[in-house]
Write a protein that binds this ligand. Structure first.
Ligand code: MD6
Ligand code: FE
Length: 218
């Protein structure tokens, strides 16, 4: 609900845009007008390259299920983290990146001040209640000059955004259906994670949250 302060200035409780750190912007609801096309594309990609829970190099199975589209996909197994041009489940190329993905990522990046962002890889995460992503850095891409564009769909989640060191304090922000985070520049390698997803039912995705992260990996 908007609040009137003493001078009658209306401050929205949820500003449309919020800077999380230098180079990191939250664009609330930016993907909402494309929800149908985005969700249809996620289901289409998953029909070709199914969601799977991968194993970390340390031998733990991730609670988040993942798939990819684009020229390369992020994978993890006992040998490490990397981008691979092929889906290890099929040994075939990942499904191509749909136009709605490429364009939304590039428009959101421009909105946040990164011109000419052309994503070649999209990691799609599926969280069910109980799934989480512990604090990590995204550092498997070739060139950190490019930002990452992250689209949230479905159930809300608490995003933790820290600093350059794992021990730096973290801020918490709720990411809701349609929200986009763009981040690069000085905060490109900041630690971040997702707290355990609470149970719920979303009208568009049921008991799930999807997160699409667009990268320039190659
Ligand atoms: C998630 N996101 O939102 C996990 N990484 O489910 C990420 O790990 C992430 O949102 C790099 C840039 C943006 C992100
Ligand atoms: Fe990440």
């Amino acid at each position: 609900m908007p609040m009137n302060d003493l001078f009658g200035v209306v401050e929205p409780v949820f500003p449309a845009r919020q800077q999380l750190a230098a180079g990191a912007s939250l664009l609330r609801g930016y993907a909402l007008s494309h929800e149908d096309a985005l969700l249809a594309a996620v289901h289409d990609i998953a029909a070709q390259a199914p969601f799977r829970r991968m194993n970390t190099p340390g031998g733990f199975q991730m609670s988040v299920a993942m798939t990819n589209c684009g020229e390369a996909g992020w994978v993890t197994d006992r040998s490490g983290y990397r981008y691979d041009r092929n889906d290890p489940l099929s040994d075939k190329a990942w499904p191509p990146m749909p136009d709605v993905f490429t364009q939304l990522a590039s428009h959101a990046a421009r909105e946040a001040g990164f011109v000419d962002f052309k994503s070649d890889a999209c990691l799609i995460n599926r969280y069910e209640p109980g799934a989480r992503m512990s604090l990590h850095q995204d550092k498997d891409e070739r060139d950190f000059a490019n930002p990452i564009v992250s689209v949230s769909l479905g159930l809300p989640a608490t995003f933790q955004f820290g600093g350059a060191k794992r021990s730096d304090p973290v801020q918490k922000v709720t990411l809701r259906h349609g929200d986009i985070v763009v981040w690069g520049g000085p905060s490109r390698l900041y630690y971040h994670g997702i707290l355990t997803l609470k149970d719920g039912e979303h009208p568009r995705t049921g008991r799930a949250r999807f997160n699409l992260t667009f990268r320039k990996a190659l």
